[in-house]
Design a protein around this ligand. Structure first.
Ligand code: SF4
Length: 179
């Protein structure tokens, strides 16, 4: 029987959640013995395949128009969707930007920063546009929330392994944390 497929991607984040996923160490092999990893930030294939996957995993917040695109594509192509990490679950540290006007934030980042000389705000139709930061479930339906900054490798392994075994993942005790 074919193994269920899984895809993962990141949005507005620091990559720490995917580092925690890699921290599963040898348990990665346990998971990969039960599922087929199709796409991820560290594989050649970056987007979930058109035919879809059983499980989609997204880290990071919705911080720009590219993140909206990634979230909607993963939702459309995933049987169930996991929000991994505080950024995806709650909006995370990038939500601090919401207290400021977007233009003000861009000016601070690209022009007013003390280390910047002759700064300018990049302009191109190919660049994603910043939007108000928000958690994943404010843009698409989320089936499982896995908080933590980052969630522990134990918690990530538990959720993926339970889903691979066809069970409902329940995260509780020390594995369930909000940072
Ligand atoms: S939840 Fe924490 S570790 Fe994960 S992407 Fe956000 S800031 Fe990084």
């Amino acid at each position: 029987m074919a193994k269920p497929k899984i895809a993962t991607d990141w949005m507005g984040d620091c990559a720490g959640c995917h580092m925690s996923l890699l921290d599963m160490d040898e348990r990665l092999l346990t998971v990969l013995g039960k599922v087929e990893l199709t796409s991820s930030p560290i594989t050649d294939l970056k987007h979930p395949p058109e035919e879809g996957v059983a499980v989609g995993v997204l880290s990071g917040s919705i911080n720009n128009t590219s993140n909206v695109y990634v979230a909607r594509m993963m939702r459309k192509r995933s049987g169930c969707l996991i929000a991994m990490g505080d950024c995806a679950v709650l909006g995370g540290v990038l939500s601090m930007r919401n207290a400021f006007d977007i233009k003000e934030g861009l000016r601070r980042a690209y022009i007013d920063t003390e280390s910047t000389v002759d700064g300018f705000i990049p302009q191109s139709d190919e660049l994603a546009k910043p939007i108000r930061n928000r958690p994943l479930d404010q843009v698409v339906k989320v089936d499982y929330h896995l908080p933590g900054c980052p969630p522990s490798a134990d918690a990530i392994f538990h959720v993926l392994n339970e889903l691979a075994e066809g069970r409902e993942p329940v995260v509780e005790g020390e594995a369930l944390k909000y940072d």
